[in-house]
Design a protein around this ligand. Structure first.
Ligand code: IPE
Ligand code: IPE
Ligand code: MG
Length: 256
């Protein structure tokens, strides 16, 4: 089990242990170049490779990327199909590299909505990388924060039906092991590229005390230099978790 930011005060380092990213702006990147939106998604895959490498070098242990939201099915059928195809191709091409690089891959989200072929690729990729732990790469696909909280609640109630009659027993400790990110600490840093300043139903539970960084840069343009800038900003934050500034400073001095 990993520490909860609301039940205890997490330890904080100079580099985020867990980085969560909303990779936004692919469509606009392409439209500005008179290209189809799908060209932006293809370029976005290159940014994933770049950022994954940079995170490994910086010592990030968990990288979680929002690839497809539970609301993205609302997009035109062509774009959804292309995104699914890209997902399949990327898994086929990249998984062996992840194995040799010591990267563990997980997919979080309601994968039951995907084509059976994609579901098997996901299962295979997770199995092949299951022994790795140098870096934990998680792709959120058909993921929604509300879905996550609901599915966790359903799983808990299925396991502990007596809780319905004892609602006062229902606690954070009981629920969080059923959330799909239960294997990871809560994100230290959240980045959203593409200029929007919203969460768009990403990790709504887990972002409770995460530092939020927004940049205008479109995802296909986001590179190691942009990431370093976000990390520099992160280092400048005082993470208080509800305490005063004086208490936070005193706690840091005590731990040195
Ligand atoms: C993010 O880029 C990728 C997905 C949502 C799959 P967008 O496709 O949302 O790009 P914009 O926001 O339209 O520019
Ligand atoms: C969020 O981006 C989802 C992903 C990046 C996968 P969207 O582009 O779908 O978000 P909204 O619609 O602008 O809020
Ligand atoms: Mg978008």
């Amino acid at each position: 089990m990993t520490a909860s930011s609301t039940l205890s005060i997490p330890t904080v380092g100079d580099v985020p242990r867990h980085l969560a990213i909303i990779m936004d702006g692919n469509g606009r990147w392409a439209t500005r170049r008179y290209l189809p939106r799908t060209a932006g998604h293809a370029r976005g895959v290159q940014s994933v490779r770049r950022i994954l490498r940079a995170c490994g070098e910086a010592g990030v242990q968990y990288l979680t990327l929002f690839a497809f939201s539970s609301e993205n099915w609302r997009r035109p059928q062509d774009e959804v199909s292309l995104l699914m195809r890209l997902f399949v191709q990327t898994l086929e091409k990249e998984v062996d590299k992840l194995v040799t690089q010591g990267i563990r891959l997980r997919i979080v989200g309601d994968v039951s909505a995907f084509e059976p072929a994609l579901q098997s690729l996901i299962a295979e990729a997770e199995k092949k990388t299951a022994h790795n732990d140098r870096l934990h790469l998680t792709i959120a696909a058909n993921y929604g924060g509300r879905w996550d909280i609901l599915q966790a609640t359903r799983r808990l109630l299925a396991k502990r039906p007596e809780l319905i009659k004892q609602p006062q027993e229902f606690s954070e400790d009981l629920l969080t092991p059923h959330l799909s990110m239960s294997f990871a600490p809560e994100p230290d840093l959240f980045i959203r590229t593409g200029g929007e300043q919203r969460i768009s139903n990403f990790l709504i539970w887990q972002l409770a005390y995460t530092e939020l960084y927004f940049t205008e840069t479109f995802w296909p343009d986001f590179d190691a230099k942009h990431l370093a800038k976000a990390f520099e900003w992160y280092r400048s934050r005082e993470r208080r978790f509800g305490r005063t500034s004086a208490q936070t400073v005193a706690a840091q001095t005590d731990s040195i």
